[in-house]
Design a protein around this ligand. Structure first.
Ligand SMILES: [Zn+2]
Length: 488
């Protein structure tokens, strides 16, 4: 029976977020416990289910995941890395190591987290097959490529094929082990950084890019082909997009194909634009109100927690309060959400009461500042569980100000499903305008949204890349630089 070690470290860093991510941010699951948490480790689920189908022996090790936030604290990262290494080492002879990584984890003082992790695994296990599933928004680096046999990436954004990508990683392992063939990886960097919102896979040009991948994979000698778009708020030199092609030992073919894919991607660089309407913040609010396609969802993209931001930026609240047309709406606009544990605690036990709150701007004090608001506390829910990442023990508070309502949470949370909003806000279905801390709307919101608008807000995930204070990203890189040549 083939013996496969399985592990995961799924994390995306935002270098512009002032705080580091550490133990308290992560959900860490060990050994057999993973079987109870597969819904939050979706690509791991695909890996495990497929390998089980092959009747391979699964050796679960360590699995860490967190909602994106700042760079990872070095000490915590090294603790998880070393535990992963030790657990793998304790398993004896192995046929392969199957991993689920994100690919855009920056670590304090280290930079390229996955490159560091894979190089440590490779040096401890020089001959073992290493295959990893990666996020489409991965920053694939030379160091990662040198220290693994194969990567396979999601082909959808928003990501609906995480489990399937895990299955594809397992299929590569099986192919190699059953046929006794090496996996070879062709990799080509593409000097571009693209936010996911500009590379949604069911619209152009990404739609065609995915077709190119499927076409490449239809050829007999290509086992897998992936594009990675990079993740703009990671300020490490290696940040860029890439193409990765896996063949069965034919490095020439893998390189040739990855280069050809890279030039197809580069050729269409100018077409990676928002497929959702996107405007400066005041215009976004004005258009939402005047358009009358209700409910309209306005995304505060500069403070999108799924891109690692603090979720306490108050700029859009300020813009709503100052906007002269907001009061014309029949229902107050809702802001979902502001993560502020101090404000949440101040509201405890005061349902129905009036209170003066100093809200937000506590972590993101770079791009925004706290805002003082007279609020009536409309509803409080304690000990709420968010399903996507299994964030437990959340307090939710709905407050009403003169012109807007706001949901305050005691912890950061991805606004990926309207369920949380509906649970705390009894008026959710009547509201005309809902502001979400998000980039593109997740699928569950699309079902309830009549219209979606992206507000180009300043913040730690500013969609206007030229406004972000890059120090380390290797230049030239599109779109920060436009006037340069690139040949794959
Ligand atoms: Zn992603």
């Amino acid at each position: 029976m083939k013996r496969i070690a399985v592990g995961a470290f799924v994390y995306e860093s935002n270098s512009f977020t002032p705080l580091k991510a550490s133990e308290g941010n992560f959900r860490v699951v060990r050994g057999e416990q993973i079987y109870h948490h597969l819904d939050i480790f979706k690509s791991t689920k695909g890996i495990i289910f497929k390998l089980t189908e092959y009747i391979y022996e699964i050796m679960p090790t360590v699995f860490a995941v967190a909602l994106p936030f700042g760079e990872v604290e070095k000490e915590f990262y090294q603790k998880i890395r070393n535990e992963l290494l030790d657990r793998i080492a304790s398993l004896g002879d192995l046929d392969a190591i199957a991993l689920a990584l994100h690919g855009s984890m920056a670590v304090e003082d280290i930079g390229d987290g996955e490159g560091d992790l894979l190089s440590h695994i490779r040096s401890r296990f020089p001959k073992t097959l290493i295959v990893s599933a990666l996020d489409l928004h991965a920053i694939v680096t030379d160091k990662m490529v040198e220290n693994a046999n194969a990567f396979v990436g999601y082909k959808t954004a928003p990501h609906v094929d995480r489990e399937e990508t895990g299955e594809r990683a397992a299929q590569l392992i099986r192919f190699s082990l059953e046929n006794n063939k090496d996996l070879t990886m062709g990799y080509q960097r593409i000097p571009m950084m693209i936010f996911g919102e500009l590379a949604v896979t069911d619209v152009e040009p990404m739609k065609t890019m995915i077709k190119h991948l499927n076409q490449a994979e239809s050829s007999d000698d290509v086992l897998s082909a992936s594009f990675f778009t990079g993740f703009p708020p990671v300020d490490i030199p290696e940040n860029c997009a890439s193409s990765v092609v896996i063949t069965a030992g034919d490095i020439e073919k893998a390189l040739e194909m990855s280069k050809s894919l890279a030039s197809k991607f580069w050729e269409r660089r100018d077409e990676f634009t928002f497929n959702t309407e996107a405007y400066p913040v005041v215009e976004a609010i004005t258009r939402a109100i005047q358009g009358k396609d209700f409910p309209t969802f306005v995304s505060d993209m500069g403070d999108n927690p799924t891109a690692g931001t603090p979720e306490d930026n108050t700029n859009i609240i300020q813009a709503l309060i100052e906007h002269d047309q907001v009061t014309k709406l029949e229902h107050k606009p809702l802001v979902a959400v502001i993560a502020d544990p101090i404000a949440c605690e101040k509201c405890r036990g005061k349902q129905g009461k009036d209170i003066l709150l100093t809200l937000g701007g506590k972590i993101d004090s770079i791009y925004s500042k706290p805002i003082e608001l007279n609020c009536r506390i409309k509803k409080i829910i304690h000990n709420y569980t968010e399903k996507e990442l299994g964030i437990e023990g959340l307090d939710l508070v709905l407050v009403s100000t003169r012109s807007i309502d706001i949901i305050i949470t005691s912890k950061r949370v991805g606004v990926t499903d309207p369920k949380l909003l509906k649970d705390i806000d009894d008026e959710f279905n009547q509201r005309e305008l809902i502001v979400v801390k998000s980039g593109y709307l997740f699928d569950a919101f699309k079902e309830v949204a009549a219209r979606s608008i992206i507000a180009l807000t300043t913040g730690c995930a500013d969609p206007v890349l030229s406004r972000l204070p890059y120090k380390n990203v290797r230049r030239p890189v599109f779109p920060l630089d436009r006037d340069f040549q690139y040949r794959s």
